[in-house]
Design a protein around this ligand. Structure first.
Ligand code: ADP
Ligand code: MG
Length: 248
């Protein structure tokens, strides 16, 4: 007897997205299996954020198919809020609620979306704050934290929803260099714990070491993809080599 192959967590087929006359995604195919870490790299304006945003329908695709956790999110009848409940997103700008404590930031959606009682939500939040090294900052306001701490709080908030997929869009790009390492360390721990992750990043060392696969995009298409070590260490395509020379 053979075990059926589990559906990929993300399956993107022929994805297209235009803003007016500007076709930003020109037929993207991408899949992410459970437990995989896929790093998405490429020049500014190549469509990385748009691709990530199409995965949880923050942008509406203009063509192709996007399946997340077995659900076709391009189906007009999709219950997208239900899908989003299982997908954590972390942005370059941390997007914390500035007038709420760190703990409240981590409990609000648990309470309103998952309907968890306060005590349970706080227990989950504190566990995740400990996981990102912020056990002692639960009662702080976001503005009292460093950028790196705010980003780790944003990760704890996302994790508090028990996501099955985490999307990261340049999570360290807005940070002072000395704060980048702690955030990447938290992401590395998450990867080691088996989280399925799609990470847009310019941190090539991270992509190479933590990524299972690296996808290089340019001009709205996937130019090259493969094992992280191969794409970063021995790229096949001239465009990938040229990009890496600029960022490494
Ligand atoms: P990347 O994340 O790789 O830098 P983006 O996906 O942000 O690239 O952007 C790709 C292109 O899409 C850019 O030319 C950008 O101007 C355009 N774009 C992105 N979002 C919008 C939007 N909401 N409206 C119009 N154009 C957009
Ligand atoms: Mg971007």
């Amino acid at each position: 007897m053979t075990t059926p192959t589990p559906a990929p967590v993300v399956r993107v087929e022929g994805l297209r997205k235009s803003f007016g006359d500007n076709e930003v995604l020109r037929g993207i195919d991408l899949h992410i299996d459970a437990g995989e870490v896929v790093c998405l790299v490429g020049p500014s304006g190549s469509g990385k954020s748009t691709l990530l945003r199409c995965v949880n329908l923050l942008e509406q695709p203009t063509g192709g198919r996007v399946e997340v956790l077995g659900v076709d999110v391009t189906d007009p009848d999709v219950d997208i809020d239900r899908v989003r409940t299982h997908v954590g997103m972390v942005f370059q700008q941390f997007n914390l609620f500035t007038h709420r404590t760190v703990l409240e930031n981590c409990t609000m959606a648990q309470r309103s979306v998952l309907r968890r009682p306060r005590a349970q939500a706080e227990e989950v939040a504190r566990a995740n704050l400990a996981r990102v090294g912020l056990a002692d900052r639960a009662d702080a306001m976001p503005g009292q934290l460093s950028g790196g701490q705010q980003q780790r709080a944003a990760i704890a908030r996302a994790l508090s929803m028990d996501p099955q997929l985490m999307l990261f869009d340049e999570p360290t790009s807005a940070l002072d260099p000395e704060l980048v390492g702690d955030v990447l360390g938290v992401m590395r721990d998450l990867a080691d714990a088996g989280m399925t992750m799609l990470v847009v990043t310019h941190e090539m060392a991270f992509a190479r070491e933590v990524g299972d696969r690296v996808v290089f995009m340019d001009g709205g298409v996937v130019v090259e993809e493969g094992p992280a070590d191969q794409v970063v260490g021995a790229p096949r395509e001239a465009r990938t080599r040229e990009f890496l020379q600029r960022v490494l």
